[in-house]
Design a protein around this ligand. Structure first.
Ligand code: SF4
Length: 101
């Protein structure tokens, strides 16, 4: 099997869990709008966490986000929580801004 076929097969397999995601159609809860204020972020992420806590693929989702340095709220975990757990964001803009303040 060619490398590109292996890569394609792995990507197809790795994404299958997303079919069971409880957050379909709720993108606005899981990714911030521009210039979101901290209080609004807290409210949005609390709502996202409630959805994640009832999701059948939470553990797989969390691992995926950690391994792929994702932005947004994944697997019951915010960007900041992933960063604090040692799964660094590629460009942790919000984390840096908080540390500077
Ligand atoms: S754990 Fe949360 S972010 Fe992940 S698929 Fe489920 S609802 Fe979506």
């Amino acid at each position: 099997m060619a490398a590109v076929e292996i890569l394609f097969q792995r990507q197809a397999t790795d994404d299958r869990w997303m079919a069971a995601a409880a957050c379909k159609g709720l993108t606005n809860l899981f990714f911030p709008p521009p210039a979101e204020r901290p209080q609004a972020r807290d409210r949005r992420e609390a709502a996202a966490e409630a959805v994640c806590n009832d999701c059948a693929v939470q553990s797989t989702c969390r691992s995926f986000a950690r391994d792929h340095h994702e932005y947004g709220f994944w697997g019951g975990e915010s960007e900041d929580q992933r960063h604090a757990a040692g799964y660094r964001l590629i460009a942790p803009i919000g984390v840096r801004a908080q540390q500077a303040g």
